[in-house]
Design a protein around this ligand. Structure first.
Ligand SMILES: Nc1ncnc2c1ncn2[C@@H]1O[C@H](COP(=O)(O)OP(=O)(O)OP(=O)(O)O)[C@@H](O)[C@H]1O
Ligand SMILES: [Mg+2]
Length: 389
């Protein structure tokens, strides 16, 4: 219903059909309001076919005048169209890249609370954006390297085979005049079209002390990103659940911030830390002539699918975020669904060797509801950063 309302209001589509097979509804955009125009049971469609034709039959749609959509803008008349969303058929297609003038947008995915879905968001949002024909770079700034794993870059078994040890994000942020992004970035295998990834490494933990001693390391990433601004449309930075130097480097380098949160009490209380942290970083950014971070919003993530919770509790929790912590809440919600963790935990056998083969949700289960949710998130984010088609 949320997605359909967005279609109707944003694209100024006049009619939308919403059905799960059992229930059949026609919504109509009247002015700026989406109203339920017709509803029946799936089994009653045959009996109601004339009524339905009278609303969205071909002849009726041909009669539609622009004023029905609440707009007098002649340059973009409303589209008379029915949108059918049968269950499990949210599959999206891959768009071929179009040549364009790039205005690279760098988005950090951050919350100091652990396990709220930062990595899952980074990986699947990157895949959703890449499928729209945009060039994407992922940067993993978390020593847990979960994004590096989820991007399919950790297929080795032993320390000797570890090719990431001497070529990862640490090199990018430590060296001022070498180890540039194109040298360190790797092509991922977790999604198609592939995205570039700058991996993290477990050694980042002890290497942090070296970076702390070197104040300029806070801005090396900013400068190196500037050098690839014509190579990428979107850069997504995954961060550690911490207020440490790596989190600072991410927030200094980004233009925008998404804060995934399960909206549970600790995650919400943690938003106070996020707010203070953002303010601290914004102060630093003024010294390097960067504008304040644009917070795109808190992303409700790993949300329970229980209907009562969604109806009664979730809206209250979202309101608290806006009222108490002053962060906007994104419209898209990412619900807790097993497919998302199964996609990352995917593996294949080579002989008797079990090899990790993580996938994006689009590559693992393209017709899943989670894929549709990430598609919706990509649309919302791209619109908010000015990159929508
Ligand atoms: N929407 C979801 N539905 C089901 N499982 C999810 C969802 N989002 C994340 N998970 C699972 O929850 C766990 C934590 O998610 P994730 O690693 O994305 O969180 P994180 O915020 O990056 O954690 P950390 O702070 O440790 O980096 C993982 O096992 C992941 O598969
Ligand atoms: Mg993570």
């Amino acid at each position: 219903m949320r997605r359909l309302s967005r279609y109707l209001t944003r694209l100024r589509v006049v009619y939308g059909v919403l059905t799960n097979g059992k229930d059949f509804r026609i919504y109509e955009l009247v002015g700026n309001q989406v109203k339920l125009n017709f509803q029946c049971q799936g089994a009653e469609i045959t009996d109601n076919i004339e009524k339905i034709k009278d609303i969205i039959g071909r002849d009726k749609l041909a009669e539609i005048k622009p004023k029905n959509a609440g707009s007098t803008d002649k340059s973009s008349p409303p589209i008379a169209k029915s949108v059918i969303t049968p269950p499990q058929s949210f599959q999206t297609s891959i768009v071929t890249p179009k040549p364009k003038v790039r205005t690279m947008k760098t988005i950090a995915i951050y919350h100091n609370k652990g396990g709220v879905g930062k990595t899952t968001t980074t990986i699947n949002l990157a895949a959703a954006i890449s499928r729209k024909g945009l060039k994407v770079l992922i940067i993993d700034l978390d020593s847990q390297a979960n994004t590096t794993y989820a991007a399919g870059l950790m297929k080795f078994d032993t320390e000797e085979e570890d090719t990431l040890k001497d070529s990862n994000i640490y090199n990018v942020v430590f060296y001022p005049k070498s180890n540039y992004i194109p040298e360190i970035a790797l092509k991922s295998t977790f999604t198609y079209p592939p995205v570039d990834v700058i991996p993290a490494h477990i050694n980042l933990i002890w290497q942090e002390a070296r970076l702390v001693d070197k104040d300029s390391s806070k801005t090396h990433l900013v400068k190196k990103l500037e050098l690839v601004k014509d190579d990428y449309d979107v850069v997504l930075i995954d961060t550690p659940p911490s207020l440490n130097l790596y989190a600072k480097i991410a927030l200094i380098a980004c233009d925008y911030l998404i804060i995934p949160s399960d909206l549970k009490p600790f995650a919400n209380e943690g938003l106070r830390n996020v707010k203070n942290f953002v303010e601290e970083i914004d102060e630093f950014r003024t010294f390097i002539n960067k504008p304040a971070i644009a917070v795109l919003g808190v992303l409700p993530s790993k949300i329970l699918t229980n209907a009562n919770y969604i109806k009664a509790t979730l809206p209250k929790q979202e309101k608290v975020v806006e009222e108490r912590y002053g962060f906007p809440v994104l419209e898209t919600r990412i619900f807790q669904r097993e497919d998302l963790s199964r996609a990352i935990d995917n593996f294949v056998f080579e002989g008797d060797r079990q090899i990790p083969d993580p996938k994006s949700i689009f590559d693992f289960k393209p017709d899943s509801i989670s894929a549709a949710e990430f598609e919706e998130l990509a649309n919302e984010v791209l619109e908010k950063v000015g990159l929508s088609a």
